[in-house]
Design a protein around this ligand. Structure first.
Ligand code: PMV
Length: 334
C-alpha cells in the first residue's frame, strides 16, 4: 500500500463519505497532449516537472463500470477477464487500494471497455484511470468537483488528470510538495474546425511504459536539461495559438514539442526509441505533404503511432493523402 498516495486521497476526499450505491459507471475521453508531460518532480504523488496542454478526443475513450464484491477483485478489459498477474490488473488493483480504506475495505469488479488501442501510445491509460475515478465517484456519491477528480486520476496516470474534461485542457504542474496545486483545468475555448487523425502504425503493447521511460529520461538524458524551458515556452505559444485560433502556430509548436520530447528519449541511456520504421516513414510523409502545400502537422506520444492535426477544410485531402486514418472531431460540430 502506498501511504503517501492514500493520505493524499483522504485529503482530496476531505475524509470521505459513506458509500451510496453498490455500482457506478462513467465514460472518460482519451486525450492527446499538444504540449507533452514528460518527467516527474515527485514519483510518489505523480507530480510533473512541466505543465502540459491537451485536447480530449470526444467519443474516443473508456467506458467503465464498477461494482462491489465480497471477495477478491475481478478486472475485465473489452469483455475479457484479465489474469491477476498482468500488469494491467496490478495497476488497477494498486489504484483501488487507495480507495479501499474510505470504501470499507471492499473488493470490486471493474469492467472497462476501450474504443482505442490499449497501451499503444493512444493514451488509453489516461481515459482508463479518469473513467475509473469518475465511476468510483458515481458509485460512492461523493459529488467531487473536476479539480478533485483530476487530482485523484493523476495518481493512476499523470495524463489521466486531463481526461476528466472535454476540449482543450491544461494540467498545471503546481509547486507545492503536497500535490494539492497540481490538477488540470479546461480552457473555455471551442475550435469546431479542428481535426485529429490517427495513423495507427502498431497496436502492440509498447516495450517500455511511459512511467519507466520518463524516469529513465530524467535520470540519464543530457538533452532533458533543456526540456522544462522548452515545454514552458511551447505551452505559452500553444495557448496563444488556441486563443487566436492560429492553426499554423498550433501545429508547428505541437510538432516541434513532440519531436523535442523524442529527442530527450533518444539521448537517454539505454536509449528509448518508441518510433518504428513505419512511424518514421509517416513523419517524412507529413513533411512532404506540407511542402506540397497541404497544411498538416503531427504529434507522437510514447509509442509508434502518429496523430495528425489539420482543419476541417482540408479533411478530404488529408484523408486522400493518408488512407485509412481515423478522423476525430474533438468539438461539437456547428
Ligand atoms: O500519463 P502517462 O504516465 O501515461 O504519461 C504520458 C506521457 C505522454 O503521453 C508521452 C505525454 C502526455 O502528456 O500525455
Amino acid at each position: 500500500m502506498n501511504t503517501i498516495q492514500s493520505q493524499f486521497v483522504e485529503k482530496v476526499l476531505l475524509g470521505g463519505k459513506s458509500l451510496q450505491k453498490a455500482e457506478g459507471s462513467a465514460f472518460a475521453p482519451s486525450n492527446i497532449a499538444l504540449c507533452k508531460y514528460w518527467g516527474k518532480r515527485d514519483a510518489g504523488l505523480n507530480l510533473p516537472i512541466n505543465s502540459s496542454l491537451s485536447i480530449s478526443l470526444g467519443e474516443l475513450g473508456t467506458h467503465t463500470k464498477i461494482r462491489l464484491r465480497e471477495r477478491e477483485d475481478v478486472v475485465c478489459l473489452n469483455g475479457v477477464q484479465q489474469a491477476d498477474e498482468s500488469g494491467f490488473v496490478q495497476r488497477i488493483k494498486a489504484f483501488l487500494d487507495l480507495f479501499r480504506p474510505v470504501l470499507g475495505s471492499a473488493f470490486f469488479e471493474v469492467r472497462t471497455q476501450n474504443n482505442i488501442s490499449t497501451a499503444a501510445g493512444l493514451a488509453s491509460s489516461a481515459s482508463g484511470f479518469a473513467a475509473l475515478v469518475l465511476a468510483l465517484d458515481n458509485m460512492a456519491g461523493w459529488g467531487l468537483d473536476r479539480k478533485q477528480l483530476s487530482m485523484l486520476a493523476r495518481l493512476g496516470s499523470g495524463s489521466a488528470s486531463r481526461s476528466v474534461y472535454e476540449g482543450f485542457v491544461q494540467w498545471n504542474a503546481g509547486q507545492l510538495s503536497d500535490g494539492t496545486d497540481s490538477f488540470a483545468e479546461r480552457l473555455e475555448i471551442e475550435w469546431p474546425e479542428l481535426r485529429v487523425g490517427i495513423v495507427e502504425v502498431s497496436a502492440d503493447q509498447k516495450p517500455v511504459g511511459s512511467r519507466d521511460g520518463m524516469n529513465r529520461t530524467v535520470a540519464t538524458s543530457e538533452l532533458y536539461k533543456s526540456w522544462p524551458d522548452q515545454a514552458r515556452a511551447d505551452l505559452l505559444s500553444i495557448r496563444s495559438a488556441i486563443e487566436q485560433l492560429d492553426f499554423t502556430l498550433l501545429g508547428k509548436t505541437a510538432e516541434r514539442n513532440a519531436l523535442a520530447m523524442h529527442a530527450t528519449m533518444l539521448s537517454a541511456w539505454p536509449p528509448l526509441l518508441y518510433l518504428q520504421p513505419d512511424s518514421v516513414e509517416q513523419i517524412h510523409k507529413v513533411q512532404r505533404t506540407r511542402a506540397d502545400g497541404l497544411e498538416v502537422y503531427l504529434t507522437i506520444d510514447a509509442g509508434p503511432n502518429i496523430k495528425l492535426l489539420f482543419l476541417a477544410e482540408n479533411e478530404c485531402e488529408v484523408c486522400g493523402a493518408f488512407p485509412g486514418i481515423r478522423v476525430i472531431r474533438p468539438f461539437p460540430q456547428l
